[in-house]
Design a protein around this ligand. Structure first.
Ligand SMILES: [Zn+2]
Length: 264
């Protein structure tokens, strides 16, 4: 899928988690619902850091271009080092290491750890990165073109600052789900894991599939391209994605949001 569909599905997934959490007796305060949806929308672009034409690889100027280079090389060497006989030969790292459940969990757990040990600035950093991505993903057209990069960064920095201020207020959710002293913002890792997984599932629906299960081997493959039967797959950016999936994500997100806030 392309950026906007990935981001929308990420946001919708978090709103769905909000509905499930409310049903399970852990209702999210509205700032957690909002910030989680934005983080998940941003995190749903992150796995494509292995592709230099992807939004995330261009979103932070030279920093992300350099990171993309490293991630691509790392992914490719991990692919070569762990492939089994059944895995095909490939020439780059796109859709390998960063498109697995293990990567999603490591990035999410790393962010939670950073939030605990890094304090306020780490939280602001995590929010800033994901706000940039959420703006790029959700406001796709408006955020195009290199001249708007600085504006996007400013908007993301301002919203990260404001949102952190709101979350910090008692009862607003800095300690949602994890409420022992010192566990503030541990939940930030959850929308990050969710966004990455939703990205992988979205990619699995496209023609080439997605090796979500790595490193768990399946038959003669360790990088098994998970996906539905061939006839049910579509091309990234096709009409199915724009005219069917994106409206569906919006409707589901709206229902999830209403349920999470106990409106329905
Ligand atoms: Zn991808």
């Amino acid at each position: 899928m392309m950026g906007p569909a990935h981001s929308l599905s990420g946001a919708a997934a978090w709103l769905g988690v909000g509905a499930a959490a409310a049903a399970a007796g852990y209702p999210m305060p509205w700032p957690v619902l909002l910030v989680g949806a934005l983080i998940s929308a941003g995190a749903a672009l992150a796995p494509d850091l292995d592709h230099k034409a992807a939004t995330i690889s261009r979103a932070f100027g030279p920093v992300s271009r350099w990171l993309c280079e490293i991630v691509d090389r790392l992914s490719y060497s991990v692919y070569k080092a762990t492939r089994k006989q059944g895995d095909s030969r490939r020439s780059g790292g796109h859709r390998t290491l960063t498109h697995t459940w293990l990567w999603a969990v490591l990035i999410g757990a790393g962010s939670s750890a950073a939030a605990i040990f890094g304090g306020r600035w780490a939280v602001l950093g995590i929010l800033f990165v994901h706000m940039v991505l959420a703006i790029e993903g959700l406001l796709w057209r408006a955020a195009r073109g290199s001249s708007s990069d600085v504006l996007v960064w400013l908007l993301a920095a301002t919203s990260a600052w404001i949102l952190a201020g709101i979350l910090d207020k008692p009862g607003n959710g800095a300690d949602w789900l994890f409420d022992a002293p010192g566990q503030e913002y541990v939940w930030l890792g959850l929308p990050i894991i969710l966004g990455a997984l939703v990205h992988d599932i979205g990619d699995a629906l496209t023609v080439s599939g997605c090796p979500i299960l790595w490193p768990i081997p399946l038959g003669r493959k360790r990088w098994y391209p998970v996906g539905p039967p061939k006839a049910m797959r579509f091309r990234a950016g096709s009409w199915v994605e724009l005219k069917v999936l994106m409206p569906v994500f919006m409707v589901l997100g709206g229902i999830g949001c209403a349920a999470a806030l106990n409106v329905i």
